[in-house]
Design a protein around this ligand. Structure first.
Ligand SMILES: [Zn+2]
Length: 672
């Protein structure tokens, strides 16, 4: 039987043959992809021809055809719709793929060709993008240890392979803890919960084979439960289970995994000649150094903490008024904060949600992209990889731009959080290839699906990443779309969230799912006025996580990360009633792969820019100002990693931003 992953993909737009793929096809397809790539790379390294850009760099760009195709499908499926077979294959692939990557960067003959091109670069007549790609390839080889010899080279390969295994294990442990825990609610425990929470709890109960409603550790269920349930004891139990993910002892405990990861990362950095893993990791980022990161975080920390402590005082007063002695605990914060929000802003999330139906918000999300960039969206029929997934063809002026897939509902086979991935990236080399881009979220499924304000932001956020992929217009896949510095990659996504807050957008799209009535103007005004509400809390939980991440990677690796986490929180004076947004045992950004290791600050770094970038539209007097949108597309959304992020940003805005727009946007400026 032919393997559908390896046969030509003849579905419209070259979509993967989702309906035909069986889990058993992935392993052999990866083997075929690895074999093809190895042969191609050996051909490049061993050829008799003197190195040229075309026979070395361009050839490398095209060496992994099957592998690109198969991994694009598999890694999204493994995260969005995991099965035991897929998890087993993930574990099997982690060391294989890591070994393959090491093999390339340890290939001395290949590196010698790149070094020869690098030495001769000014005389090669390279275009700007080619020069950039050559620079990045060389940097990738050097940072991967291409200059190491003998024992050091072998050790580095072993360290990286072990890290790949541990990163996978960390993520799988977390998924197991999230999947296993749920709390059955009796009918009387539904007291105080709005209809959408009750519906979501019942849907979750059915999915878990229970007769009644349950609370799970899915953010879209547990957060509203903590916001609305007046039953303090239930809130405590749920909260403690939530923050214990990855720290429950037994086979899925992540604390030892985290310690080993940190020790190996330190060793990796030292082998490469860096003082610390943070120094190594930050070198290619915009921030460049740990000091620059800490400087930003601490400038935000103090005003945020002052605001959070003042808020804690108010909430504790409300707790006492309920006849509870206190102190205010972490499982109380969201509950009293929601009450206060209703009292002060009269903003009732339950009354808001009917105006934030998923369909309405998709309309807003697509509508803004149409106005800004002239994109059009036409829903297309599947099958896709799960019945809940929907697809759209994206066009501009009648020309195909991309395929966009939306996979929006929580299910137990999906890892938590939300993300954007490209099943196929844009590139022109070797024939124009248009992207297939997926947004995956964890919204509660309901009839109809109604979003919280936070959910709607997430929807826009992930679509900002999708635009970065779909509007990409570069030659090389290596720098396509979101292949940019980590602390730049959140700029398009966080920037796109701003359009959700444009009053005219809400006026047009935020309509009651049942009656079609627009959101009442005063509700909209209250909603927007409440935009900075509880930002002391949000900023504190974020910055604390970012500072712990930085501390983990800046000096000697801690033998017990939990002790170091406690020390950092003590040192910065973490408010008692707030915990880190992600504590170490479930800090997947940092430990499930090393994407955001010593990089969690990136969101805030990007926020400095997104606040300033949106101000460009405000200064133009129109949130859809065509000239500003054109500059944004030209210099940022279509440019991928074709230049240093700082250069791209400066071309768009004429200068680099300061921290003020961020503090203002979060309502922390008065507290400063
Ligand atoms: Zn993001």
């Amino acid at each position: 039987m032919t393997n559908p992953l390896l046969a030509p993909w003849t579905a419209p737009f070259g979509l993967p043959p989702f309906a035909e793929i069986r889990d058993a096809d992935f392993g052999p397809a990866f083997d075929a992809g690895l074999a093809e790539a190895r042969a191609a790379i050996a051909g490049i390294a061993e050829q008799a021809e003197a190195p040229t850009y075309a026979n070395t760099i361009a050839a490398l760009e095209l060496a992994e055809g099957i592998l690109d195709r198969v991994s694009g499908v598999f890694y999204n499926l493994a995260g969005a719709d995991s099965t035991e077979a897929r998890e087993a294959l993930m574990r099997e692939l982690a060391p294989k793929m890591s070994a393959f990557a090491s093999e390339i960067t340890n290939n001395k003959r290949l590196f010698a060709r790149i070094e020869a091109l690098w030495a001769a670069r000014d005389g090669l007549g390279l275009e700007a993008e080619q020069m950039r790609v050559l620079t990045l390839y060389r940097r990738m080889f050097v940072r991967s240890g291409a200059e190491l010899e003998g024992e050091a080279a072998e050790r580095l390969t072993a360290v990286k392979a072990r890290l790949a295994v541990l990163g996978t294990q960390f993520g799988q442990n977390l998924l197991a803890d999230e999947r296993e825990w749920f709390m059955v609610l009796a009918e009387e425990d539904l007291e105080g919960l709005p209809g959408f929470v009750v519906d979501a709890a019942r849907a979750a109960g059915r999915e878990r084979g229970q007769n009644g409603p349950v609370v799970t550790l899915s953010r879209s269920l547990i957060v509203p439960f903590l916001q609305f349930s007046p039953r303090r004891e239930l809130r405590r139990v749920a909260y403690e289970a939530w923050v214990a993910r990855g720290a429950n002892g037994g086979a899925t405990d992540n604390r030892g995994v985290a310690a080993e990861i940190l020790a190996l990362r330190e060793e990796r950095a030292k082998l490469l000649g860096y003082g610390s893993f943070a120094a190594f990791k930050l070198e290619p980022e915009m921030a460049k150094t740990p000091d620059a990161v800490r400087d930003l975080l601490m400038r935000v920390w103090e005003p945020a903490k002052r605001k959070a402590l003042a808020d804690a005082g108010v909430l504790e007063g409300m707790l006492r008024a309920d006849g509870i002695a206190g102190p205010l605990e972490p499982w109380d914060w969201r509950y009293y904060s929601e009450k206060r929000r209703m009292a002060e802003h009269d903003l009732d999330e339950a009354a808001l949600k009917p105006y934030l139906g998923l369909e309405a918000m998709l309309g807003a999300m697509f509508g803004c992209a149409s106005r800004l960039f002239g994109l059009e969206f036409r829903e297309i029929a599947g099958p896709f990889y799960h019945p809940d997934v929907r697809g759209w063809e994206v066009t501009r002026g009648g020309k195909h731009v991309a395929v966009f897939l939306g996979d929006y509902f929580a299910r137990s086979s999906k890892r938590s959080g939300a993300w954007c991935s490209a099943m196929r990236s844009q590139r022109k080399l070797g024939g124009e290839q248009r992207p297939i881009v997926v947004n995956v979220c964890n919204f509660a499924k309901g009839e109809p699906a109604l979003l919280s304000w936070d959910d709607a932001r997430t929807l826009f956020h992930e679509f900002g990443h999708a635009l970065h992929q779909m509007l990409s217009d570069v030659t090389h896949g290596f720098i396509s779309g979101t292949s940019v510095a980590r602390d730049f990659v959140e700029l398009p996504s966080q920037l796109y969230e701003h359009w959700l807050e444009v009053p005219a957008v809400l006026e047009e799209y935020a309509r009651h799912w049942e009656t079609g009535e627009p959101m009442p103007a005063e509700m909209r005004e209250r909603l927007l006025a409440a935009g900075t509400y509880d930002q002391g809390f949000a900023t504190v939980e974020f910055v604390a996580s970012a500072l712990v991440d930085l501390a983990f990677h800046e000096g000697a690796a801690p033998s017990d990360p939990m002790v170091m986490q406690a020390e950092v929180l003590e040192r910065i004076g973490m408010p008692q009633a707030i915990r880190m947004r992600h504590a170490t045992p479930h800090f997947a950004h940092v430990f499930s792969g090393d994407g955001y290791s010593s990089g969690y600050y990136s969101y805030m770094w990007s926020e400095v820019m997104d606040a300033d970038a949106f101000a460009a539209f405000e200064e133009a007097g129109d949130p859809f100002d065509p000239a500003t949108a054109a500059l944004l597309e030209k210099h940022i959304l279509s440019a991928g990693g074709s230049e240093e992020a700082e250069v791209l940003y400066t071309r768009f805005r004429g200068r680099m931003p300061g921290v003020e727009a961020l503090l203002k946007g979060r309502g922390l400026l008065d507290a400063a």
